[in-house]
Design a protein around this ligand. Sequence first.
Ligand SMILES: Nc1ncnc2c1ncn2[C@@H]1O[C@H](COP(=O)(O)OP(=O)(O)OP(=O)(O)O)[C@@H](O)[C@H]1O
Length: 268
Amino acid sequence: MDAQVSAGQVPKIAARNVSRIYQTVDGDMVAVDDFSLDVTDGEFVCVVGPSGCGKSTFLRMIAGLDTISAGSIQIAPGGVPGKPLNSVVFQEYAIFPWKTVIDNVAFGLEMRGIARKERLETARYWLDRVGLGKFAGYYPHQISGGMKQRVSIVRALANDPEVLLMDEPLGALDAQTRVVLQEELLRIWEETRKTVVYITHSLDEAVLLGDRVILMTAQPGRHLATFDIDLPRPRSIETANTPRFVEHRALIWEKLSQEVKRAMEQNQ
Ligand SMILES: Nc1ncnc2c1ncn2[C@@H]1O[C@H](COP(=O)(O)OP(=O)(O)OP(=O)(O)O)[C@@H](O)[C@H]1O
């Protein structure tokens, strides 16, 4: 079964029967196979699946950073000319070491030709929102890993993209910092209602953040199941202690654990 939006709604992201085949020394390798996903405007969709199932490949294809072997992916443009279709946040801190924190955040706006005063105002606004205002003039080597990832996230948001694509953005952080950033992401998303596709290895994170959790099969990555997460918003880390949260997690884990086992057997 494909993941589709309700009848009548125009999807913000429409991925239809998408496949990605890599040519390797061992022949063709199907990384993603006939995968479809529609994401509505303002929806937060998390994608989970066993390691190597094609999650990052799929995200890169949405971002236009990888070739689509078959099928199609479309992002619906908004009404504002010049607004980028997408911005990507990766696990690695993709920030420039030679630029200050504020210039890193303003970088996308600079690329779009936004005047210096305006782009610095926007960058300052976003830095203040995540408590980094007083680090604006610092260089990346002078701030912690958690701060660097905040910089990556607000740099993407400052661009005001149509969709935000996040590939395991909190994966490199220690457990406490990860919780703090999950709360910040929840707060920011609940205010901005950006359309987000979020890849994570953490089922807890997927259930906490997502409106929907999409489960992919072990390689080749196909659509296995969609779970609607009906937990009320606003959510916080306390949401993870509620019985409904635990139910959702258990239901998804039942299916995911089978795929993880299958992926491990494939690799033996
Ligand atoms: N450029 C490439 N050339 C050949 N194979 C590739 C390439 N990029 C990815 N792959 C393979 O495609 C499959 C899917 O990789 P991908 O990184 O998308 O998986 P993933 O689900 O994001 O993995 P993880 O959860 O471990 O990050 C893997 O078997 C990987 O080795």
